[in-house]
Design a protein around this ligand. Structure first.
Ligand code: ADP
Ligand code: MG
Ligand code: MG
Length: 635
């Protein structure tokens, strides 16, 4: 979850008073950083994944599954190896929002070798095993996007109670004790977001209407004006930030390449969200959505009524059309400029300041747009900084703009270059699936750069796609705006056969609704398909047999998910609930159904139970712990 500064958090009133201070110094810090690092060149491809997990506690006698609030205890142990010798650690562990969550990354980023694709899954397995060894009887670590009964009565182990009238969250459902307590950041954010907004956050998800579904779905509306009776109502940051996701970070060779990757991957975010959909159940109800995105977005929506456009502006500066957690609002590269069709709200003064310092229009407006937000977490030790070297104020705003893509400048005094982070994906049940998504996206970045592909469509269409991506069965049933002509003159003839010969570039700016199947697998005579393009890129590349086999299995899974031959995690979960003998066609996921569902997923993740419906026909994994001695470089 980005930056974790140590220290004592200021009260909301003090934080609010210092909002302008953080903004002014944050921008200066960015300007200084930019001047130092804008010409940094020749960084090589490095990349890494982040996987978030939930600790689930099963009770076999009572047939219940709860979240286990032991993350802090586990992290103390998990961090020991890194503390003893950061160079040797094979994994790195970080806290996340939930007191039942942990985040794991590989000990070191991967590099530009194809053979690295063959160690990703093995490292993920290593991480899972590492946590498993520390668990108590009945506890299981699961890469579940959302715990289905999060916020239901008695969903935690040990038991806790929500406190609607006090504490940081004041939720009817989500107790403060379910928030990670080993660092003040998470509780401070929860309190400040609520206070800045002027009321609790509110999330209303459409329910999946089955034949016996009752409306109102429950009694929430009697307790809260914000609750819509026909929706699944949630009122806490934990409902969103307590979800798990799968993220990827890539290092670019320089600033320009980072801007290109940021832009080119942005239209792929909704596509990958739909393809990785894994969360159809919220607060014990089957909903009509398959993904977490809108839930998190609303769960940290700190905009005031003025900013949401509900009452006229008086104390605030802007009406803002999105939460600070949402899809990106503008492209950063030159080719992206003409697709920035949504009027961008930004701080004029900050924009001018950036421009005066020779930062170009697109980057200036991006930063000035991020900086329309106030800090929502400030630590007393960090108020006064040296803007020549520190970047905490910049990071403060940057790391609480949770967007589909993040443009990451090099950290101060490090060997790390300009990076972009790909943030839309939901986390999958097995290491195999997570590795498949990760490798697919990394391969796609190589193809984008080598063939100079162009995926750009207007930002407004990307926004539309984000909403479509979350609908029930979107992966199989929805259509998404997608660019028809993605190849450019440098792309090889095989890929270029779909280019409209002799047309100018703007004639090629055609986008149309496509299914995920068409986007991933191609459409005869009309669209090449992302996997065929990757395969084309891989042809003739020197790669050892095991790595080749692994990559092909990953691509096959992606293709089968896209074609609908294999279910998305969300569809699989939905199907399990709908066909459970206890299910009463009332959209309710009871304790028993929850237990059976998680128990089944546990057996699938460990490989005890094969599941072709979800995983396709994968053969024995050939992934390795270290890269083989014979390898080849894709660059
Ligand atoms: P955040 O929480 O800001 O997204 P993390 O530190 O949790 O960042 O994760 C960073 C990810 O970036 C990890 O997957 C890590 O392996 C990867 N990574 C580390 N160094 C580099 C680098 N130089 N280039 C690209 N990725 C890197
Ligand atoms: Mg991240
Ligand atoms: Mg992280």
């Amino acid at each position: 979850m980005g930056l974790l500064t140590e220290g004592s958090p200021l009260s909301w009133e003090e934080t609010k008073r210092l909002a302008e201070h953080v903004r002014q110094h944050g921008v200066l810090q960015f300007i200084n950083l930019y001047k130092r690092l804008k010409d940094r060149q020749w960084d090589v491809l490095k990349w890494g994944d982040e996987v978030e997990y939930i600790i689930v506690k099963f009770n076999q006698e009572k047939r219940t599954a709860k979240v286990s609030l032991r993350a802090q205890e586990l992290l103390a142990k998990l961090n020991e190896k890194e503390h003893a010798d950061p160079e040797k650690a094979k994994s790195l562990w970080r806290p996340e929002y939930g007191a039942y969550m942990v985040e794991g990354t590989p000990g070191k980023p991967y590099g530009g070798l194809l053979a690295h694709f063959n160690i990703v899954e093995s490292n993920m397995k290593y991480r899972r095993d590492e946590v498993s060894q520390l668990l108590k009887n009945g506890e299981v670590i699961m890469s579940l996007t959302n715990f289905p009964r999060l916020g239901c009565p008695d969903f935690t182990d040990p038991p806790t109670q929500p406190t609607p009238n006090e504490g940081v969250t004041r939720s009817l459902f989500f107790p403060d004790e379910a928030i990670y307590n080993g660092h003040p950041r998470f509780k401070t954010l929860s309190r400040n977001i609520r206070m800045r907004r002027g009321e609790k956050v509110s999330i209303n998800l459409p329910i999946f209407k089955d034949v016996h579904t009752k409306i109102p779905v429950d009694e929430s509306y009697l307790h809260s004006k914000a609750a819509e009776p026909d929706k699944v109502y949630m009122d806490a940051m934990g409902f969103g930030m307590g979800c798990c996701c799968l993220q990827l970070t890539f290092q670019a060779c320089n600033l320009t390449e980072a801007r290109t990757l940021y832009d080119q991957l942005a239209p792929l975010c909704p596509i990958m969200l739909a393809l990785s959909a894994a969360s159809p159940i919220y607060r014990g109800f089957l909903t009509d959505v398959d993904c977490r995105w809108n839930v998190i977005s609303a769960s940290v929506d700190c905009r005031t009524e003025e900013e949401r456009g509900l009452v006229p502006l008086k104390n605030n500066k802007f009406v803002i059309n999105k939460s600070r957690y949402d899809s990106i609002d503008s492209y950063l590269s030159e080719v992206g400029e003409k697709f920035n069709d949504v009027p961008l709200i930004y701080d004029e003064q900050i924009y001018n300041k950036l421009r005066e310092n020779d930062i170009d229009h697109l980057l200036s407006q991006h930063i000035a747009h991020l900086f329309i937000r106030d800090t929502v977490s400030l630590f007393s030790e960090k108020v006064h900084q040296n803007d020549e070297v520190d970047t905490d104020h910049f990071e403060n705003i940057q790391s609480t703009n949770w967007q589909t893509m993040r443009f990451k400048p090099p950290p101060p005094n490090s060997t790390i270059g300009w990076r972009v982070e790909f943030r839309p994906c939901e986390v999958q049940i097995t290491d195999f699936e997570n590795a498949a998504i990760v490798c697919f996206v990394v391969l796609l970045t190589r193809v984008i750069l080598s063939y100079q592909l162009n995926f750009l469509i207007p930002i407004s269409k990307v926004d539309e796609n984000m909403q479509r991506a979350q609908k029930r069965n979107a992966c199989r049933e929805e259509k998404f705006w997608f660019r028809k002509n993605i190849t450019t003159c440098v792309s090889p003839p095989e890929a270029n056969q779909y280019c409209m010969q002799g047309k100018t570039n703007s004639d090629c700016d055609v986008y149309e609704p496509m299914t995920i199947n068409e986007i991933i697998n191609g459409k005869e005579g009309e669209f090449p398909g992302l996997v065929p393009l990757i395969n084309n890129y891989l042809t003739g590349m020197d790669v050892d047999a095991d790595t080749h086999c692994t990559i092909q299995q990953y691509l096959k899974l992606i293709q089968q998910r896209a074609s609908g031959n294999v279910l998305t995690t969300a569809s699989w979960i939905r199907k399990f609930v709908l066909s459970h003998p206890d299910y009463k066609n009332d959209s309710k996921v009871t304790d028993t159904i929850n237990y059976d569902l998680l128990n089944q997923l546990k057996q699938i993740q460990s490989g005890e139970v094969p599941c072709q419906e979800l995983l396709g026909y994968s053969t024995v994994s050939k992934t390795k712990e270290t890269i083989p001695s014979v390898f080849s470089c894709p660059e």
